[in-house]
Design a binder for this molecule. Structure first.
Ligand SMILES: [Zn+2]
Length: 444
């Protein structure tokens, strides 16, 4: 095997732990993880990153790229540059907010065509499950989508209606028939409708309009459906920690359910959100500090499998100071790793934990067997991180299209010094290479 690159560091994070190592790369694949002082093969280039940590490139399975159709909100060019700058080497695009949504094979092809020349990192696609597209699910699965997203309450865009419980059962039965995966925005519409709906700039009013009970009930219903149909399901963006005991019990019982949470739920709290600051608005919402503590416990005990961004930007004009009408969505592609590392470290977690939650876990969720770990046979995708370096978030340095962020002005630990995709450096501090990402399809 011709080794063309050796990446050397005193801190390489492998599935067996962190150690000094030299990673030998051949043709974009990790050929071997060698001892630190291994001889560099003739013809190979040595890149020594010193004491910077080498992580497997992050896998972000929850990104709204909105391209084509709402490209003033985001796009494949800008989103994948932001991702690359943030140490992410693979993203999966959500099926909604683009026009068309990814709900038929024809629409999938449109999106793939748009993404192809713009992808700075590897990109795959989720399909969408709507009330009227059950017949499209199998063809989408065969065309390589990684699974199907559905909503149980209104999605915010009219072309992507939610499923009621009966429609959920029908779609789940269809999807489990080919062992597919359903990923679910779990908020119960009846609990949302019953909650007080007050417009205005007060965050407390917005929080009251999206109660924990809405999440808890939707998740309990989902667990029941998954159990009854023996279906594989995944809970998107868990915010309510009250649902953790039911999720842990379902997992212990063998229900095929996985769970993600997001950097904003794990690093920001309701108590600190200024009134009118709708860059903090998302659904479900950021909750109280005590809720956040419980989410970290859920990560520590394995109830929560992964942390992904739910990067969902919009133009500035849609982020009005009224929480009721402002677009909901937080942009954090470029900042998720340092945001999580800053908080994880404060709570006594290690970079190995972060890798488990942000690389390995999402890769496993998506069935991406070549991603998510530094070991022979996987893609040579790396995030190189200076874990002790700090920076203050300046929106002007963000690569995503609309430089709005809930993290502005925060000082974070962990600077991504370079990002590597299949053995090529695609980001070097703020400098991005030309697009070299590939379009991914589900492996099996
Ligand atoms: Zn989302």
């Amino acid at each position: 095997m011709d080794v063309n690159l050796v990446l050397r560091s005193t801190r390489v994070i492998t599935p067996e732990g962190t150690r000094p190592a030299s990673i030998a790369v051949s043709g974009g694949t990790i050929a071997a993880v060698l001892p630190y002082d291994a001889e560099v093969p003739a013809g190979a280039r040595l890149e020594d990153v010193g004491d910077d940590a080498v992580l497997p490139g992050l896998v972000d399975t929850h990104v709204h790229v909105n391209d084509p159709g709402r490209t003033e909100w985001e796009g494949f060019w800008t989103a994948t540059r932001a991702a690359a700058a943030g140490g992410i080497t693979t993203l999966l695009d959500m099926p909604l907010n683009s026009l068309p949504p990814t709900t038929t094979v024809e629409n999938l092809r449109v999106k793939q065509e748009v993404a192809r020349s713009k992808a700075h990192i590897d990109v795959g696609f989720w399909g969408g499950a709507l009330p009227d597209n059950v017949k499209d699910l199998r063809p989408l699965h065969d065309a390589g989508v990684f699974g199907f997203k559905c909503f149980l309450s209104p999605s915010g865009v009219e072309e992507f209606p939610e499923l009621d419980q009966e429609q959920l059962a029908t779609s789940l039965a269809e999807i489990s028939g080919f062992d597919g995966l359903m990923i679910v925005h779990a908020e119960d519409p009846h609990h949302l409708a019953a909650a007080p709906q007050r417009s205005g700039g007060a965050y407390a009013d917005f929080l009251a309009s999206r109660p924990r009970d809405a999440e808890n009930t939707a998740i309990e219903n989902l667990i029941n459906q998954a159990r009854r149909l023996d279906a594989r399901v995944h809970v998107l963006h868990l915010s309510s920690s009250d649902a953790l005991p039911a999720l842990a019990a379902a997992k212990a019982e063998g229900v095929k359910i996985t769970v993600e949470s997001c950097p904003h739920f794990l690093t920001l709290t309701a108590e600190e959100i200024p009134d009118g600051a709708t860059e903090f608005k998302c659904c479900p919402p950021i909750r109280e500090a005590s809720n956040q503590d419980a989410l970290w416990q859920g990560l520590a005990d394995g109830t929560i499998d992964c942390i992904v961004s739910d990067h969902s930007p919009s133009t500035a004009d849609l982020k009005t100071p009224d929480f009721a009408s402002a677009w909901g969505g937080i942009s954090s592609l470029q900042l998720g790793l340092p945001a999580i590392w800053t908080e994880a470290r404060r709570r006594g977690h290690t970079l190995e934990d972060v890798v488990r939650w942000m690389s390995e876990g999402p890769a496993r969720l998506a069935g991406l067997t070549r991603k998510g770990a530094i070991e022979a046979g996987r893609d040579a995708d790396f995030a190189v991180l200076a874990p002790d370096a700090t920076f203050t978030v300046d929106p002007a340095e963000l690569q995503h299209r609309n430089r709005i962020t809930a993290y502005a002005g925060r000082t974070l630990s962990g600077v991504v010094t370079s990002t590597w995709l299949r053995g090529e450096r695609i980001a070097d501090r703020g400098t991005l290479a030309e697009p070299s990402g590939r379009l991914l399809e589900r492996n099996n």
